[in-house]
Design a binder for this molecule. Sequence first.
Ligand code: NDP
Length: 419
Amino acid sequence: MSRVLVIGCGGVASVAIRKCCQNSEVFEELCIASRTKAKCDALKEKLEGKTKTKITTAQVDADRTEDVITLIRAYKPDAVLNVALPYQDLTIMDACLETGVHYIDTANYEAENTEDPKWRAIYEKRCKEKGFTAYFDYSWQWAYRERFEKAGITALLGTGFDPGVTGVFCAYAKKHYFDTIDTIDILDCNGGDHGYPFATNFNPEINLREVSAPGSYWEDGHWVEVPAMSIKREYDFPEVGMKDMYLLHHEEIESIAVNIPEVKRIRFFMTFGQSYLTHMKCLENVGMLSTKPVMFEGREIVPIQFLKALLPDPASLGPRTVGKTNIGCIFKGKKDGKERTIYIYNVCDHQECYREVESQAISYTTGVPAMIGTMMVVNGTWKKPGVFNVEEFDPDPYMEALNRFGLPWKVEENPKEVE
Ligand code: NDP
């Protein structure tokens, strides 16, 4: 039994909230708070009468710690689930610390203004020391560890699918299938088709920033960085088929490298169609992916935010997306002295997700684990003071919950490996 404050009411949030409402024994009361309260009210209206969970709504600007503190003090939740944007991670963590409330999110901190000289100096130092140039990294949130420990509250970071379920798959493989893991390849395949020449499946700004950045992987204790989209492989995904996939930098590589230090190489691949890549390259070449404000007809606009306004709202893709996703990890290592390779994965059908929660599989595969991670914290299964990534906890109850709440997984022995 718990009372949870959900911040954000976009694609991922709406799935997480619906899943909480399906699980009302754990989620007795929810407050949906976001920048645009009308979206929270509309979702509340859709769900009322169909769930035992008691829902309230609120307006909040989560960029302002004081506003989040005021809301937490008024609502008195046991935990805050942050499904707004990675830009708000630190302000919400600060508010949780101030009020002694558990914190859960699905993406690590990223600065909104990457031109800010103070942020840039820290970023450039980190790039030199660590060897990867992504705008996001865990150093900001891991720096809260001691303060969360002292306050006796839990921060669970990155409980979406990737990061999230992929980290839990790693902990599960290590616990049940391997004595040592040598390599991990994380594969994220979206075999869905929404019928538009170009659209992003989740927040366009976050998505486009991620795929236009240099790729990197972990090998023999250090990062290897490569130009964006320069490593391409083909893979025949179970239930989806043959797809092109590209090596990207991804945040769970950073935490898995720390938490399972024996692993010699960790890579992340995501599938992209040619049309998506051609559009993205063109938008990048003309400056539309820039986060730097420009003057247009007497007012300042940020090109990528303007682009977001032109693109289809990810939340509107649900009814028109057909096909399946296949996301998982290929592990190679040793058990009882013998070599072993397995692929642990989930397949999710876009149309089935839409029928259940009025959303496509990308928001579904993130929103379900967001609910499960929150449940693990509020029901005490994964509750301990400090700041944690998912692979640091016992994976078994989370893996059971995935089967129960719509993301069943499979283990394939001797899968085809990625070259
Ligand atoms: P959306 O853009 O659909 O939703 C974001 C929501 O946050 C909107 O409701 C928005 O409000 C709200 N918001 C933005 N800024 C603020 C603010 N300052 N104060 C309060 N509310 C705010 O994003 P998604 O649902 O696609 O993504 C949500 C999160 O999930 C992101 O952090 C994303 O990185 C993460 N994610 C994680 C994945 C994983 O597998 N781990 C995969 C996909 C996404 P408004 O409606 O007013 O704009």
